[in-house]
Each structure stands twice: as structure tokens, then as C-alpha cells.
Design a protein around this ligand. Structure first.
Ligand SMILES: *Cc1c(COP(=O)(O)O)cnc(C)c1O
Length: 432
């Protein structure tokens, strides 16, 4: 760190010098790990570049469609590029998909039919999916899959965070149509499932049950590894454009990639049977989708560096973190067990304070739609709710875990960590 930088952080951001020294030392120690991330970034950048070149991306793809949005060549091109990058037959990439939850929900409603069964093999899905599936106390008649007599079963991960493959094999029945895998941790204390582990599970399942469909919730997983789940046998996968693949630029949207006939079903659900992928005005958003995807491998690497540095910093302060600074990673989430309501709230407020947007706002825990506990969210983002931007959130429930993710630049993520340490130190939650 330049002396000038240190002075600036001390004078203008009021961070104590010993906090900065502590973090700089740790960053040095993590050097090898940080360089490894650059190598994955380089490969993924090539993959994205090649996909854009191979479809002949050009200025004409950046035009604006309105109304029905028929013959939108830019929209077709972005979908071709996604299919190419994720090595799938087809893709649906739309601003009309409002979030990751919506993209995942479209897949489930598009594919599953009454009396079919879905089997989650990574335990309880992400909180917002509970309302979709109907596995919480959501009333009948609200339109969950349960209302349509779509059955749900789940197999928890083993204590070591692995897919319990034997139990999965014993649970699959002729009714099981779709296996559901969530790659990222969600609000759980577990490591993300690596693509290799997804591959092992898919291979074993498909060997014995070749007709079963495998779906992956890929939120936060894109461009972390050189391979994506759809390259190891997964049939359909979905995620959010205000997370990794939007590269911080996509202002809204979601994507689904997979087998052609499945994408057709999902598109019929998004629009209407018969309309499928044919319509949907893009209102000038296409260029941003392309540009965001082009930057995504870089931005994801930045976010990953923030996560790894935070892991090591909090490890050295004696906190339990998941994953550890040395663990293999498959998402951008860093869970930090801070242990008290005060400490998670202090942490999230500090991340908000470090933001370029709304730094003056103080976040408070609130009952967010789709979540079961009050959640505090720090999101001083250019794009509302974007969590590829530096953000932190924590459900206010024991054991009081803060989830840190994102960072469009490593430099900004570091400032977030410094301010968090400063505020935690002021409250005597840490000694530095
Ligand atoms: C964020 C997330 C979702 C839901 O995405 P939203 O865009 O917030 O609706 C689903 N699954 C996982 C693992 C996520 O991280």
C-alpha cells in the first residue's frame, strides 16, 4: 500500500493504521491464492470472447426493439452467446426475468407437471424457493407447486457437505422427474458444491436413471471455475443477471441455459404457450447484457478476491468462516460467523458505509418478502439489490452469520473490510 493511500485512509476514512497494517500483511500472505484466481479469469475471458466472435457480434445487435419485440436480432444473439459460453443447446436471457428466483421458478413451472416429483439433493433450497415449492407455511391457493400437486422431496447434504448419493439413489422413484442442485451456499453454513462434485453426482444418477432431468441453481457460481455445471451433464441451469454474469452492468434480468426442448418449455412459461422465445422487447438493453457478460469473468475474480481476503482476515481474528481462506471455492459468498446480533448489524452497517451509493444510509433489519427471518442488507449499489456489487446481509437469527459478497473492484472490497474492522474494533467486538 502506498504511504499516500495509508495516510488517505487514516485521514479521510478514519481507519486506524494498525488495522491497515494487519490487512496488508494478510494480503501479502494470500498472494499465491490471489494469482490463482487470475488464471481462471484469463481462461473464462477467452471463453466469453470466443463466443462473441463466433456468432459475429456486431453493432447491429445493439439496436432497440419495442412492442412485441419480434425479430430482435440482438436478443437472439445474446441468447446464442450464453448458449455458447455455457456449452448448451439453447438459452433464454431476458430483462423480463426479474430475478434469480423468477428464473428458477420458471424452470420448475415450465418443466414439472401434476404428480411429478422434484428431488432436491442439496438440502433445503434458497429461502425464496420455499414459497415457490410450497415447503413452508405458505397457504394453499397461493400458486405454489404444491397447489398443482407437484411433489417435493429433499436429501440433505452429509455432515461433510457432500451429496448423500446412496440416499439419493434409494429415494429416486418412477415419479422423480427432476433432480435439483443448488450450487451456492444460500443462507446455510456450507461450502458451495464444486463443479467436480456436481459432475460426480450427475454421472452416478444418469448412469442408473438416464431419463431424469438435472437442474442447477447456478446463482453466484458463474465464472468461478473453468467449467460450468452444464459442461458436466446438467440439463438446465438458471441464474440472475444482477449477480455474476451481468458483470455489474446488467440493470436487471435472468438467464436459463440448457437443452433446447427444456428452454422451449421455460420460454412458454415466461411468455405463453405458442409464443415461446419469439417475442419480448429488449428496449435497448442488449448492449449492456453483452458488455456485462464480457466483463463478468473479470468482475467475478475481483469479488472472489474480496471474499478470500475477508476469510483470512476474520480467521486470523479468531472467527469461524465458511469457506476458509484455503478451501476450494465455487461461489463468491463469504460466510462469517460473528456470533451476536450486534456484531452482524455492525458489520452490515460498515459495508453500507463503504459504498459508492447511499453510503449515508443506515440499514436496519426488516421482513423482506420471501424470507422467513428479519434480514439486514447492506447494498449501496448502482443497481438496486445487485449482489455482484459489494454487499452484505445477515438474517437476524442464531448463530448470527454475516454473508459478504461481491465487489466490482478488489480495491473497493478492501475498503469495505477496513471499515468493518474499524467499526467492530470501536465496539470492542474485535481487538486491533
Ligand atoms: C440470490 C440467490 C437466489 C435468488 O435470486 P434473487 O435474484 O435474489 O431472486 C437463488 N438461489 C441462490 C443460491 C441465490 O444466491
Amino acid at each position: 500500500m502506498l504511504q499516500k493511500t495509508k495516510d488517505y485512509l487514516m485521514d479521510e476514512f478514519k481507519i486506524k493504521g494498525n488495522i491497515l497494517d494487519f490487512c496488508s500483511e494478510i494480503e501479502k500472505k494470500m498472494n499465491k491464492r490471489l494469482r490463482d484466481i487470475d488464471e481462471i479469469r484469463e481462461y473464462n475471458q477467452l471463453k466469453v470472447l470466443k463466443a462473441m466472435q463466433s456468432i459475429g457480434l456486431s453493432d447491429r445487435h445493439f439496436s432497440v426493439s419495442t412492442g412485441y419485440g419480434y425479430d430482435d436480432i440482438g436478443r437472439d444473439a445474446i441468447e446464442q452467446v450464453y448458449a455458447e459460453v455455457f456449452r448448451t443447446e439453447d438459452a433464454l436471457v431476458r430483462p423480463q426475468i426479474i430475478s434469480g428466483t423468477h428464473a428458477l421458478s420458471l424452470c420448475l413451472y415450465g418443466i414439472l407437471r401434476p404428480s411429478d416429483e422434484m428431488l432436491s439433493i442439496t438440502g433445503k433450497p434458497y429461502d425464496t424457493l420455499e414459497n415457490v415449492i410450497g415447503i413452508n407455511d405458505i397457504e394453499n391457493g397461493q400458486g405454489s407447486l404444491r397447489d398443482y400437486n407437484i411433489q417435493y422431496k429433499q436429501i440433505d447434504l452429509t455432515a461433510k457437505g457432500e451429496v448423500d448419493i446412496k440416499k439419493v439413489m434409494d429415494t429416486i422413484s418412477p415419479k422423480t422427474k427432476l433432480i435439483y442442485i443448488q450450487r451456492s451456499t444460500g443462507y446455510e453454513w456450507r461450502k458451495a458444491l464444486t463443479v467436480n462434485k456436481i459432475k460426480d453426482a450427475v454421472q452416478q444418477i444418469k448412469k442408473q436413471f438416464p431419463n431424469i432431468l438435472v437442474m442447477v441453481d447456478n446463482c453466484y457460481g458463474e465464472f468461478i471455475e473453468p467449467l460450468e455445471p452444464t459442461e458436466v451433464g446438467v440439463d438446465i441451469m438458471a441464474g440472475s443477471l444482477i449477480k455474476n454474469p451481468g458483470g455489474g452492468l446488467a440493470p436487471t434480468g435472468g438467464y436459463v441455459v440448457g437443452k433446447k426442448h427444456l428452454i422451449e418449455l421455460v420460454a412458454n412459461r415466461l411468455s405463453a404457450p405458442g409464443l415461446g422465445k419469439e417475442g419480448g422487447a429488449t428496449l435497448g438493453i442488449n448492449r449492456t447484457f453483452f458488455q456485462g457478460l464480457f466483463l463478468a469473468p473479470h468482475i467475478v475474480a475481483e469479488a472472489l478476491k474480496v471474499a478470500i481476503l475477508a476469510a483470512r482476515v476474520f480467521e486470523e481474528l479468531g472467527f469461524e468462516v465458511c469457506p476458509t481462506s484455503e478451501d476450494e471455492r465455487s461461489d463468491i459468498i463469504q460466510s462469517i460467523k460473528l456470533g451476536t446480533p450486534e456484531s452482524v448489524i455492525t458489520f452490515c452497517k460498515a459495508i453500507q458505509e463503504s459504498a459508492p451509493v447511499d453510503a449515508f444510509v443506515t440499514p436496519e433489519p426488516w421482513d423482506m418478502p420471501g424470507y422467513n427471518d428479519p434480514v439486514i442488507m447492506a447494498a449501496g449499489a448502482f443497481i438496486q439489490g445487485s449482489s455482484i456489487e459489494l454487499s452484505a446481509d445477515a438474517p437476524i437469527k442464531a448463530p448470527y452469520i454475516a454473508y459478504l459478497q461481491g465487489g466490482l473492484t478488489f480495491e473497493h472490497g478492501k475498503i469495505g473490510i477496513y471499515i468493518a474492522l474499524q467499526r467492530l474494533a470501536e465496539k470492542n467486538i474485535i481487538k486491533l
